[in-house]
Design a protein around this ligand. Structure first.
Ligand code: ADP
Ligand code: MG
Length: 159
């Protein structure tokens, strides 16, 4: 497990961009944390790191947004699913087991559908300061251990 603190939205987005630059086809990243934690902020950085120029918005109502960069990006937000089973109507397997990159906000809500191998990211607000976030990275499986290792080697934030 890796813990990184960010002191601003820009730093969180830049961390996302670093991760985005390291992603490979089929990678699945979950983003967990309360409303306003910074999940979409991080996702926007990932998109930037994948060479996507569009502005990323939370797919809270649409449930999924697709973007084209160096790799296809599938950005899901499952906050509004009435039940985890609704994920089946979305054809989630095409995304989770496809050749693009999948980012899932509120992934904890659909835990039973998540691939066993993935990178889980938990974002929390710091109690002392409104602009500090604590990001925890948990790699599950060989590919994601390697990804997390590479990520740490490149991280220059120093917090
Ligand atoms: P979520 O998708 O988790 O609901 P958002 O990314 O949409 O959250 O919103 C995060 C909010 O917190 C933004 O308004 C952002 O500017 C603000 N913010 C302040 N400090 C940080 C930080 N260190 N990292 C990320 N966001 C931050
Ligand atoms: Mg969001």
């Amino acid at each position: 497990m890796t813990i990184i603190k960010t002191l601003s939205a820009t730093e969180t987005s830049d961390l996302g961009a670093l991760l985005g630059s390291l992603l490979q086809p089929g990678d699945v990243i979950t983003l967990n944390g309360d409303l306003g934690a910074g999940k979409t902020c991080f996702a926007g950085g990932v998109a930037r790191g994948l060479g996507i120029n569009e502005r990323i918005t939370s797919p809270t109502f649409t449930l999924i947004n697709e973007y084209d960069g160096r790799l296809p990006l599938y950005h899901l937000d499952v906050y509004r699913l009435a039940s985890p089973e609704e994920l089946e109507d979305l054809g989630y397997e095409e995304y989770f087991y496809g050749s693009g990159v999948t980012l899932i906000e509120w992934a904890e809500r659909v835990e039973q559908y998540l691939p066993a191998e993935r990178l889980d990211i938990f974002i929390e607000k710091h109690t002392d300061d409104d602009n500090i976030r604590v990001l925890r990275f948990i790699a599950r499986g060989k590919r994601y251990n390697k990804l997390a290792e590479e990520f740490m080697q490149h991280d220059r934030s120093g917090h």
